[in-house]
Structures are given as C-alpha cells and as structure tokens.
Design a protein. Sequence first.
Length: 228
Amino acid sequence: MKDYKDKNTYIRLGLKKGKAAIKTGNSSNIKKKILTWLGLFLLVFVINYLFFIRFGPANIKGIIGPALKNHKRTYTFAEWSDKGCKLYQEGDLTGASEAFTKAIALRPEDSKVYLNRGIVYVKMENYDRAINDLSRAISLNPGFIEALIHRGLAYLKKKNFGYAINDCDYALSLDPNLAEAYYTRGMAFRGEGLSDKAKSDFKKSCELGNNNGCKEYKEILYIKNDGT
C-alpha cells in the first residue's frame, strides 16, 4: 500500500511541478511582450523627436533629398525620342542630338530616330554627320521619302549638286507632289547653272505651296525681264 501511495505521491508532485513550470513560462512570455512594446514605443519616440524637434521636416528633406536626387531614373526609347523633339523645337540643338543619340543606343534599328538626328545635324551645319544618319535611315527603310529629301538638302549645302538632284529625283518618283523636293532640286539645278530647269522646279514648288519656291521663281522672272 505504501508503494502505491508513493507512486500517487510522485504523480501528484509531477503534476504540481508541471503546473508550476507552465506558470513560470507564461510569466516569461509576458515579460518579453512588455519589453517588446517598450522597445517599439522608445523607437517611435526617438523617430518623432528627430523628425519634429531635432532636425525638423525641412532638414530631414535636406538629408533625404540629395540621396533621391542622385538616383537617376532610366529613360525609355520613347522618352528620349520625345525629349529630343522637344529640345529641337526649343532650339537646343546640342541637347536634341544627345537625346536622339540615347534613343539610338536603345533602339539602333529605328529609322525615324536617325532621320530626326540627321535633321538636327543639318540645322547644326554638320552635313557629313547628317548624311551618315540619313543614309542609315534610308538603308533601314528604303524609300524613306523624308530622309531622301533631307539628305538631298545636306548634299545641296555641301554643293554636291549631282547627289542632291539624284535624291530629289528618287523622292519625286515616289511622290510627285513634294514641294520641298522641287525646291531643293531647283536650287541644285541653279548651282549647276541649269537655270531653265531651276525655273521649272521653282514654279512647281510654288504651285504646291512652298514660299521659298515662290520667292526663287519670282527672282528668276525678275532677272529675266530685267535682262541682266
């Protein structure tokens, strides 16, 4: 009987000991939770102190602002291309050429961006680069009328009249109603000393609404009527 009681005694002691251990574990978890909440409260207090008292919103912005400013966003092809057009319209030719160069790096097989940079180079009087870009545009897009007209203009500016006439001939074979092509070819004919052909092209250019063509046509008529 004693042994039986002893076993029960051990069992009861074991249960009591177990309950005591559980109570001790709960107390430890509560302390951890209290310490965690105190830590979070202290962190929030420090952040608020630094933001509103120590530095102030303006100073915090001054610290964070430069870091954000130094992080440059990557532009897409379309964004660089649009930026180049905008800068060209604003008269910033160097900025426009750089923007189109960035666009070309992202999409080197796009004929239109070569056309745009070529137009900028013509405006900058960098005719060799213009011819290179416009030739690249034509190679990517054979029959690219705009590129042909502007390359013809670049050749005209370099006094390569034969090449200018060839480009205008090809453009006009694709579309016979190109006022600018008639004007450029007329200027090239005049450069070659072919005044009758120049007169005919200026007249056609004027009829299609090109003011420069009208001006040159009137000048030829005046010279002819004046007899000089």
